[in-house]
Design a protein around this ligand. Sequence first.
Ligand SMILES: Cc1cc2nc3c(=O)[nH]c(=O)nc-3n(C[C@H](O)[C@H](O)[C@H](O)COP(=O)(O)OP(=O)(O)OC[C@H]3O[C@@H](n4cnc5c(N)ncnc54)[C@H](O)[C@@H]3O)c2cc1C
Length: 147
Amino acid sequence: MSERLTAAVVGGGIGGLAAAAALTRAGIEASVYEQAPEIGEIGAGVLIGPNSVRLLHRLGLAEAIDEVGGWVGEGSTYYRHDGTKVAPVMTTDSSGWAAMYGMHRADLVDVLRRAVPGHRVRPGHRAVSFTQDAENARVTFENGTFA
Ligand SMILES: Cc1cc2nc3c(=O)[nH]c(=O)nc-3n(C[C@H](O)[C@H](O)[C@H](O)COP(=O)(O)OP(=O)(O)OC[C@H]3O[C@@H](n4cnc5c(N)ncnc54)[C@H](O)[C@@H]3O)c2cc1C
């Protein structure tokens, strides 16, 4: 009898959601367990470089990041809060592909969250222990449930 592989990802930040989105796309039933009562991001913007953009494209999210992000064009510059220049923003990869985006962190998290089936994103789950043997792995959560 073959059992279907499932995955539990602990942490619903950019990293955890991206991992779950990739696993989902690969046909693996992945669930995300986040300790916070809801998925989201505080903070400001995030710059997404070509290496990350390439992976987001592979996850089928090219259109979604286009919608929430702004393309960072040639000649863009990092500034200090007082307006003095720091350095130019690198806007291409080594092959010359221009794919640098700026977006709000909450928007990026939302794009990634939508790439995982809704019922498999579970806030309010703080992982407290982990065990495994040759057959299974188990994460236990503070609320008494496990995966
Ligand atoms: C000031 C600053 C600026 C940055 N700017 C950029 C940028 O412009 N571009 C860029 O690519 N990167 C940038 N980074 C890096 C980027 O923000 C991080 O690499 C990224 O957010 C990390 O995501 P993560 O999901 O791994 O971690 P986190 O965002 O920390 O997410 C971890 C999640 O796990 C949850 N968690 C923790 N413990 C448990 C538990 N026991 N059970 C359940 N859930 C748990 C947390 O609540 C959290 O939601 C920046 C970082 C900083 C600090």
